[in-house]
Write a protein that binds this ligand. Structure first.
Ligand SMILES: C[S@@+](CC[C@H](N)C(=O)[O-])C[C@H]1O[C@@H](n2cnc3c(N)ncnc32)[C@H](O)[C@@H]1O
Length: 265
């Protein structure tokens, strides 16, 4: 994992060279529209304050959990006990990026959504709240954490979430065999290159031209940056957008030539 100083330097570099938030210099109508209608959309939706209130209550909750496993590469896996508040502080996607996921699902009308890495269920809730007709399958290795997320989904009244508990190495092939068409996938469960690329390979046959793939933490470490480069180079991928903390991947065939964008967000 990069040091905070190195990561800040990388962020500064990204900010200097990325296309600005108005989309100037982006020669793709698809990306331009995505910037205008999704990245720059600052509307508040009904569920936003409800989900953020849940995040806030996690942050105040010092209950200690016995964690089966925090996942490879995590700085937090040295010990197997962790408080809910510390998980909420260090593991969850921020409000800004979680709400972007909501708007993307909304914009693309994604109906079968897969999330690798539920944690306490904040990003899952945003994905589920974006389209009540969608079905969200979310996988979490830790049964203790998954149980907390389950209570949170019930509290929010989100009924379109299927939770799968277990290591992705074993659970993902089963999930994929039951869900042959995936519209939207958030890969947020592992910080090592090999499993990340392996999961990507497993997912590929279930993806279609209009599927959207979101990779978390693409600049977190040298390994993650390498994984991101290999994904960008994959023959099925036609367009990627680097938002620094997450990367968006598209497979749209209207894109005759591969295009990679960095956009300030
Ligand atoms: C970064 S957190 C997910 C955060 C969540 N998506 C959010 O933003 O609200 C990653 C989660 O993936 C889980 N995880 C890591 N490796 C895994 C694996 N191999 N199989 C299943 N879950 C895994 C971890 O236990 C952790 O809870």
């Amino acid at each position: 994992m990069y040091s905070p100083i190195k990561l800040s330097a990388k962020y500064f570099q990204y900010w200097l060279f990325a296309a600005n938030a108005k989309g100037h210099g982006v020669h793709s109508p698809f990306v331009f529209e995505l910037i205008e209608r999704v990245l720059n959309d600052d509307r508040d939706f009904y569920y936003f304050p409800l989900i953020e209130a849940a995040r806030e209550s996690y942050l105040q909750d010092h209950t200690v959990l016995n964690i089966t496993d925090f996942g490879a590469g995590s700085r937090l896996n040295a010990s197997n006990t962790r408080s809910i508040s510390s998980i909420a502080k260090s593991k969850l996607k921020s409000k800004k990026y979680s709400q972007l996921l909501f708007r993307m699902v909304n914009y693309f009308g994604s109906s079968t959504i897969l999330e690798l890495g539920t944690s306490l269920g904040i990003s899952t809730s945003y994905l589920a709240a974006a389209n009540s007709n969608a079905s969200i399958i979310t996988v979490e290795e830790s049964t203790e954490i998954a149980a907390i997320a389950k209570k949170h989904f019930q509290y929010l009244g989100l009924k379109n979430i299927v939770q799968v508990t277990g290591n992705l190495d074993e659970t993902l092939p089963v999930v994929l065999s039951q869900n042959p068409h995936l519209d939207f996938v958030l890969i947020d469960g592992n910080y090592r290159m090999e499993p990340k690329l392996r999961y990507f390979e497993w997912l590929k046959p279930q993806l279609h031209e209009y599927s959207v793939l979101v990779f978390d933490d693409i600049h977190r470490s040298k390994e993650m940056e390498m994984a991101w480069k290999l994904i960008q180079a994959d023959e099925m991928v036609t367009l990627t957008i680097d938002l620094f903390f997450i990367g968006l991947v598209f497979f749209r065939k209207e894109n005759k030539e591969k295009q990679h964008f960095s956009v300030r967000y």
